[in-house]
Each structure stands twice: as structure tokens, then as C-alpha cells.
Design a protein around this ligand. Sequence first.
Ligand SMILES: [Mn+2]
Length: 348
Amino acid sequence: MHDTTFFKPASMQEFASGDGVATFMRLPLVTMTDPAFSQVDVGFVAIPWDGGTPNREGARHGPWQMRNASVRLREENMVTRMRPFDLINCADLGDVIIDPESVGASLGWITSYFSALVRNGIRPVSVGGDHLVTLPILRALGRDKPLGLIQFDAHTDLKRAGPGMPRYNHATTFRHAIEEGLIDPRRMVQIGIRGTSHDGEDRDFARAVGVRTITMDEFAARGRQDVMAEARDIVGFDPTYVTFDVDFIDPCFAPGTGTPEVGGPNSFDAMQVCRALTGLNIVGADIVELSPPFDTSGGTAWLAASVLFEILCSVVPGIALQNTDQPEIAASRNDADESKVLNLVNWV
Ligand SMILES: [Mn+2]
């Protein structure tokens, strides 16, 4: 049962922009013990953990900087006119507690937390943390049936762990996810891959199991629209997870990340590829690897927060349309809102 009053961010037109405790997009903080918890459609979750980063740590501080940056976001997407907070209930759900002394315990705690979100019908949009955080999320969301996956990243993160690498680190996330049956590799596409490699074993694995790898060179040659049309075809309209690594973006736009690779997409590309996800059946999404120590100006965080808003806008239509089938929701929404949602789906 959904409340008919959608949760609203504290608007800058009503409350001075510097006021209050920073939450994602100035949304209400609704933790698991709050009576309103089960009314949340999309919950922003912070995972302040970089226990999967063998070198250049710092992503554990990402959620703090991202919350601060995101208070500058306004309620409406200027281009698409999407107003997510008018259509679904969004909230900041707080932080997942992790164990700084144990990777295994932290992975378990994250999975337990996200399993509770699944039980409450909440779609998580998470903020890392390093890219290993996606594995325990997928263990909760993909437990019953393998998900489709769209991965924006400079790296495949399909490495097998070797002697010089911990078994669970941020370069092995999707190798584990596929081997554990959480992801259907034939419904997985990774976009933006570039840089140097140890031996190409990850690339061979991708090819062998049917993962579609789109390098940065192919992305640049074909263009955003063509690549994203293929990505949409690959995942179809079955449940899909979206994972966005900040290092997808060229480091001149996004230096605040642990493993930058030159020659990447610009900030406009980053926004556009997320907008091209609109209307897919997105059961969860994350943005990871924002590492404040490498960009104390906060510019990378502002870009990441802007990407987060585009991801939210792309997740909303699928949920709003789903909710519309429920009479109590249909009655609560006026015709103008409904046509906006449908127009946006058609727009893509
Ligand atoms: Mn990654």
C-alpha cells in the first residue's frame, strides 16, 4: 500500500540551500525502523566501504561528499521535464553498517541489508564505496533469478583473483556475480572498457560466457545512441541492474576516483547514456568509486550526483507505470503526470 503523499526534498525555494543535515537530494531520511519505510519506492543507500580496493583507497568517503554535492540538485530535469519526486516515493535510507576488520563480514551485512529492501519492495539506488559493493547487492537482488546488467566502467571487473590479489576485490566483482549465478551473462553488457590489462584473461572469459564488452574505441566510433540501443536490446525488459563506475568518465572530468583511465567519455556522454536507460525494468542501480581524496574540489562529486539524478529519472517511469496498475495510485495521480511518464518512455 502506497501513501498518496510523495516524499518531497526540502526545496531551495522554501529552505535556504545551506540549511539542514545533508541527505541525498535533501530527501527525508527514512531508516529501516521508521514507520514510513515500507512506503519507499526508491531508496538511496550509502555504502561507505572500500575494503575491496587494494590500492588508492578513499571511496569509503564517497557517500559523504556525494550527499553534500547532491543538495544542489533541484526537483525537475530541465530537459526531459521529469519530476521524479512527484511520481514516486524517494528517500535517503541512511548508511549500511560495515565491519572495517572483515571483508567477509561486510559482504554478509550488505547482503542482509539489501535483502530487507527486497522484502519491502524498495528499489535501491546505492552510492559506494568501491565496486566490490555491487557483489553483495546482487546476492540479494539476484538471489531467485539471474538479472540483466548494464555496466558503465573503464574496466571489466571480471578478473579472477590471483596470488597478488585478494579473492574479493573490486576488479573481481562480476566474475563472482556470474559464477554465483546472480547475473545472466547473455544479458550483460559493459560499456567504456579501455586502458591496460595484465593478460586479457578477463576478456576471454567475457567472450566465453557471452558477456558483451563494448570498448571505448567502439563507443566512440559508433556513438552513444547506437551503443545504447544495443544495450537496451541485450537486457530487454526483464529485471535489470545498472552499475555506474565513476572511472567510466574521462579523468579530466572525474579525477576523483581510485583507478582512472584516460581517453574516456565526457560528462555530457555520462548523462546521456543514463538517460537512454529510461523505461527499462531497473530493479536497482549504483554509482561507485567516487573517491574524494583524489578530488578535494568536489567537482567529481557534483558530476556523480548529477549522474545519480539522471539514473533516478530513468528508473522512475518503469515504477510509476507499474504503480499505476494499482487503483489507489491511479486515483492519486492526475492525467498530466501520467502523460508525462508515457511521453518520456516514448521519447527514448
Ligand atoms: Mn569498476
